[in-house]
Design a protein around this ligand. Structure first.
Ligand code: ADP
Ligand code: MG
Length: 549
């Protein structure tokens, strides 16, 4: 037997759990059942993929057992289990992104608020320590020997090999005494267990069994109905929210829930969620997509990129297809015309749902764009077919109203009668753009300018031709044509008057600039440097330079 130390972040989180005054302690059971359900999904999948794997899949299920005498509660599954290294890696450390930030936030906030954060973080296996003073886990992976892990949650845990461990994982909680003051129910009560499972895990498609009385046969206590297969009118918002938590591991409520189905040659049902908060790793390269593929209610894969493009990677949920083989592989999916069709429909539906939010729930839309706009704009480059739909739901900072972003439709609405372009300027920040001399002339003439400060903005403005017949025009590039015919004639006159001066300037600055011209843009600054129409903008130039090009 070996005694090991928890990683320091894990230790901090455990201390929080042990001393938690979080009022919703029942949620530990949802965590354990959710892990068991994932483990069953994984085992079934492994046996599809690897015919040599020795595992019994004839009766995959979750069993909950109570022992009133010993005051223990055990959640058992016959799923994939864990190897010794996995137990140490998965249970002894916290790999979850954002843990450090989370702990920092907790430290900074006062008690009541911090308890709420616990719920939002998605507490996982460690939540067991809210209700137990000791936890024992016995597990066996089909390709490894069994291991037994035990801890009181205080700094260290023990780990040892065990012979004859059954397939899968059992987690036994040595329960703290019931204490209503401390929100600790009697978790040896089968009525209480049934109630919690019904509330939090009814949709789990694996049977969850419980023996209601001593010596009685265990019976299945969840209804096992997939939410997406039930009539939409029968499913409550709470049930959707609960399911969202299960698939997303995000403890906030979803911003929007989307149900779809397709009939005919290719039958499918989809239940998608738009989260209300961007994950911390939204812009990290290895970030996974959030849509799971099921075939006839059977979980097939996480992170199904064939069903959701990268720019909608934050969308979570499930697509259940009727007419695919359970053996379907990523390679087959990539070639499947029907899958491509479903993907197109899902994308259109997500985009149109957001458009609906703009009209019906402006606050939700604002949240959406603030959290996910940066990712969605990537679609302007990668998904030309949906460009217009994306532009329709986009909004941008603008000189029209410093406090509120504008949509392109609203910009066009405000355009002057003969204005041909949507003017924009890119830059690192709103301040850089606003202090730029380029903005002066346009401001002076009352033109509105979009202020684009996302790195991705530099990319798409070059690739996207226009919006509703109006082209995008950078005010920092080439000649911005703001003049009437009369003004142009006058400008030409002036150009002649200043010919000698301009000639002299051009020769003096010959190594530094291509050309010197009179400008009608400036009102208070005496001069400014502009790029050629085909030049890179300063920000892009900086980006390329930073990339070493
Ligand atoms: P999460 O489920 O969000 O990953 P948890 O703290 O609930 O976080 O669990 C951590 C990890 O431990 C899981 O991702 C899984 O790999 C492993 N694990 C937990 N419970 C089980 C189980 N019953 N069977 C197999 N692996 C498990
Ligand atoms: Mg979990």
């Amino acid at each position: 037997m070996e005694t090991l130390e928890f990683q320091s972040e894990a230790r901090q989180l455990l201390r929080l759990m042990i001393h938690s005054v979080y009022s919703n302690k029942d949620t530990f059971l949802r965590e354990l059942v959710s892990n068991a359900s994932d483990a069953l999904d994984k085992l079934r999948l492994e046996t599809f993929r690897d015919k040599d794997l020795v595992a019994d899949t004839s009766d995959l299920h979750v069993a909950v057992e109570v022992d009133r005498e010993a005051r223990t509660l055990t959640v058992r599954d016959n799923g994939i289990g864990m190897t010794r290294d996995e137990v140490i890696g998965l249970i002894g450390t916290i790999a979850k992104s954002g843990t450090a930030e989370f702990l920092q936030k907790l430290k900074e906030s006062k008690d009541a608020a911090s308890q709420d954060l616990i719920g939002q973080f998605g507490i996982g296996f460690y939540s067991s320590f809210m209700v137990a003073d000791k936890v024992t886990l016995v597990t066996r992976h089909p390709r490894a020997e069994g291991v037994r892990w035990e801890s009181t949650g205080e700094g260290t845990y023990t780990i040892e090999d065990v012979a004859d461990a059954p397939q899968g994982t059992s987690v036994t909680l040595h329960l703290k005494p019931a204490d209503p003051e401390d929100h600790l129910a009697d978790y040896t009560s089968t009525a209480k267990i049934t109630e919690i499972v019904k509330r939090y895990a009814d949709f789990i498609t694996w049977p969850i069994r419980l023996a209601k009385e001593d010596g009685a046969e265990p019976t299945t206590i969840n209804s096992r109905k997939a939410l997406w297969a039930r009539p939409a009118s029968e499913v409550t918002e709470d049930e959707y929210a609960e399911f969202y938590r299960h698939v997303s591991h995000d403890w906030n409520k979803p911003l929007e829930t989307i149900r779809m189905h397709g009939e005919g040659v290719f039958e499918y049902q989809a239940l998608l969620f738009i989260p209300s908060q961007a994950p911390l790793d939204l812009f990290m390269r290895e970030r996974k997509r959030g849509v799971q593929l099921y075939v006839k209610r059977v979980f097939i894969m996480d992170d199904c990129e064939e069903l959701m493009p990268e720019y909608l990677r934050f969308v979570k949920g499930v697509v259940d297809a009727q007419d695919l083989s359970l053996n379907v592989s990523r390679e087959l999916l990539q070639q499947d015309r029907q899958i491509q069709l479903v993907r197109r429909r899902l994308v259109k539906k997500v985009l149109s749902t957001v458009k609906g939010l703009m009209a019906d729930k402006p606050e939700s839309y604002e949240t959406f764009w603030r959290e996910f706009g940066g990712a969605v704009k990537e679609g302007l480059l990668s998904d030309p077919d949906n460009r217009d739909a994306i532009l329709d739901i986009a909004s941008f900072a603008s000189t029209a109203d410093a406090g509120k972003p504008t949509t392109l439709a609203a910009y066009v609405e405000r355009m002057k009668d003969d204005q041909q372009h949507v003017y924009y300027m890119t830059g690192d920040s709103r301040a850089t753009v606003e202090n730029s001399p380029h903005l002066e002339a346009l401001r002076a003439k009352g033109f509105e300018v979009l202020i684009l400060t996302d790195p991705i903005d530099e990319m798409w403005v070059d690739a996207v031709p226009g919006y509703r017949g109006k082209t995008f025009q950078s005010i920092a590039k080439g000649q911005v044509d703001l003049e009437t015919e009369e003004e142009k004639a006058r400008a030409q006159e002036r150009q002649k008057d200043f010919a000698d001066f301009l000639e002299w300037m051009s020769t003096t600055l010959t190594d530094r600039v291509k050309e010197v011209r009179l400008s009608s843009r400036l009102t208070t600054s005496p001069a400014c440097v502009v790029g050629d129409a085909h030049d890179l903008t300063p920000t892009l130039e900086k980006m390329y330079r930073a990339m070493g090009q």
